[in-house]
Design a protein around this ligand. Structure first.
Ligand SMILES: [Zn+2]
Length: 193
């Protein structure tokens, strides 16, 4: 999870008409997270597969009054959205990347996401959203192996040009629009500094 910035709502009339999935608004959320799930940073292959996530659940016994409130909407993959379901803890809310910097609560190390500074909110977010589920561990592992190959090539080559190309490639992988960028950044800090 990385810090995101909420755009203005492009189509407030749709929300007023009780439509929280309007394509204009969904596209704005997609753009704000660079086509990635707001929670697990996986690219969502097609916008139709993405869920408009209700940060505070819209269930009748939870926060139905927030069903059409822009600030309560996000862009999530089906796996995170289904894991979170209608869970929400008023006293220990899940980390909301649109409102705060997740890196105050969460840290990537290897293929795992950990809470940091004793953050209970971080722990709950990881556990309830299953942010160390097997498919994510596998994706992170594949990404790390790619990075390792590039870093090795960097160290081994005697060609300045090849080294520069490899370093440029590494730098790009850590940018916010890339999948799993938090894990890439963490791996590079430990292995390519
Ligand atoms: Zn996800």
């Amino acid at each position: 999870m990385i810090r995101l910035f909420r755009p203005n709502c492009p189509n407030p009339a749709a929300l007023a008409a009780q439509n929280y999935k309007h394509p204009d608004n969904k596209a704005a959320l997609k753009g704000a997270s660079n086509d990635k799930c707001m929670y697990c940073e996986c690219k969502i292959s097609h916008i139709d597969f993405a869920h408009v996530e209700h940060i505070k659940p819209k269930a009748e016994d939870k926060y139905p009054e927030l069903m059409f409130v822009w600030e309560n909407l996000g862009y999530a993959c089906p796996k995170c959205n289904n894991s979170k379901s209608d869970k929400y803890h008023e006293d220990t809310p899940y980390i909301n990347p649109y409102d705060e910097d997740p890196e105050q609560h969460l840290v990537a190390y290897g293929t795992y996401l950990f809470s940091k500074n004793g953050s209970e909110r971080g722990d709950l977010t990881i556990n309830d959203l299953k942010l160390n589920r097997p498919d994510l561990l596998e994706k992170r592992q594949v990404k790390i192996e790619e990075l390792k190959r590039t870093i090795d090539a960097c160290f081994r080559t005697s060609s300045q040009a090849l080294r520069k190309a490899a370093l440029d490639e590494l730098q790009k992988e850590a940018e916010v629009d890339k999948e799993l960028s938090l894990f890439v950044k963490s791996y590079m800090l430990l292995n390519a500094a």
